[in-house]
Each structure stands twice: as structure tokens, then as C-alpha cells.
Design a protein around this ligand. Structure first.
Ligand code: COA
Length: 163
């Protein structure tokens, strides 16, 4: 279902599933590893996990939690639109396809629930994330000045989802 690059002689088995309460501590650890002082807090991540309006998917590699993604479906001018809030992959599991697999899994979830587009905001200096979105077909739609605080702009990306 998901393809991963192999590193040397290692074989990876990737599983992606909906996150549960028991995943919350590890989700918080991964978030802090990825974003340090700009991390979502434990209560925010718990809210995303508990709220029926949000979906959190978690990826495991050979049974070890490797990353997660959070999204929601919103109504925008009569259309259903998927919104990605964060995507985080542990440093040691980067660049083997986990981020791509999480994004594709969330897009499938959006499509099943009738979303016609997927959108997100990313800090303009986040090269890795911007490349990931471009590679998966997202288009930059414009800059939102100071979205992450004074002097830290966001780029809004969107992708049309094929039903
Ligand atoms: C962005 C992030 C989720 C990517 O996860 P990942 O599992 O490493 O991504 P993938 O292995 O699926 O990479 C897919 C593509 O993204 C791009 N990419 C990923 N990491 C990159 C890097 N460090 N530099 C440049 N491009 C990168 C590449 O185009 C890559 O394809 P390639 O390996 O064939 O060149 C990961 O770097 C991360 O967790 N970063 C910290 C959290 C963050 O910034 N999240 C985004 C918030 S909007």
C-alpha cells in the first residue's frame, strides 16, 4: 500500500492507522523533536486527538512510532476542503517516504469524506516541507504575511483531490 525507500540492507515495514489516546505521549515527543519551542502543546494535540472534527494518523516503522499527521475537513463556500494542521516525522526516519505516505493517507481520508481540495500553510523558510508538498502535487497559492509571528510568513498550498 505504501512504498518506502530502503536504506542499505534494511527493510522497513510501514503501518499507518488512526491514532489513539495511548499514542498521545509519543505524538507529543515527536512534535517537540520536530518543532521545539514552536510545538503544539500537549492539550492542543490531545484536543486534535479527541475532537470528532479532527483526524490524527500515526505511522510506525517496524512497530516503532515514526511520525504523524493532523487534519480536519472544513466547509468553504459550499465545498468540503481538507486542511492539514501538521505533519511530523522523527529525524531518524526522515527521507525514506514516511511524510509522503502520511500525506497520501490523509488525502485518501479527505476524499472518502467528500473533500474536493486539500490545503495547508507552511513557513516560507521550511524547504523540506515545501519540497514535499510540491512533489505531491500541491501548488503555492500565495503568501500570508506574519502568519507565524512578525517576520515569519506562511505560504498557502492547495491541491485538487481526484474523487
Ligand atoms: C517535512 C517532513 C514531514 C518530510 O518528511 P519525510 O518523511 O522526510 O519526507 P519524504 O521522505 O516523504 O520526502 C518526500 C520529498 O520531500 C522533499 N524533502 C523531504 N525532506 C527534505 C529535505 N530535508 N530537504 C529537501 N527536500 C526534502 C523531497 O522532495 C523528498 O523527495 P526525495 O527524497 O525523493 O527527494 C519532515 O522533514 C519533518 O518532519 N520536518 C519537521 C516538521 C515540519 O516541518 N513539518 C511540516 C510542517 S508544515
Amino acid at each position: 500500500m505504501f512504498s518506502l525507500k530502503t536504506r542499505g540492507m534494511h527493510n522497513f515495514s510501514l503501518e499507518i492507522r488512526e491514532a489513539e489516546q495511548s499514542d498521545l505521549d509519543e505524538i507529543c515527543k515527536i512534535e517537540i523533536e520536530c518543532f521545539a519551542e514552536e510545538s503544539f502543546t500537549y492539550p492542543q494535540l490531545k484536543y486534535y486527538l479527541d475532537s470528532p472534527n479532527f483526524i490524527t494518523l500515526i505511522a510506525s516503522i517496524n512497530g516503532e512510532k515514526a511520525g504523524f499527521i493532523v487534519g480536519s475537513i472544513e466547509d468553504a463556500g459550499g465545498e468540503r476542503v481538507g486542511h492539514i494542521y501538521t505533519i511530523d516525522v522523527k529525524l531518524k526516519f526522515r527521507r525514506i517516504g514516511v511524510g509522503s505516505a502520511l500525506l497520501k493517507a490523509l488525502e485518501r481520508f479527505f476524499i472518502k469524506r467528500g473533500a474536493v481540495r486539500s490545503c495547508l500553510e507552511v513557513r516560507s523558510d521550511n524547504i523540506a516541507a515545501k519540497n514535499l508538498y510540491l512533489k505531491l502535487g500541491y501548488k503555492p497559492m500565495g503568501v500570508i504575511r506574519d502568519y507565524y509571528g512578525l517576520g515569519f510568513d506562511a505560504i498557502r498550498f492547495e491541491k485538487t483531490l481526484r474523487q
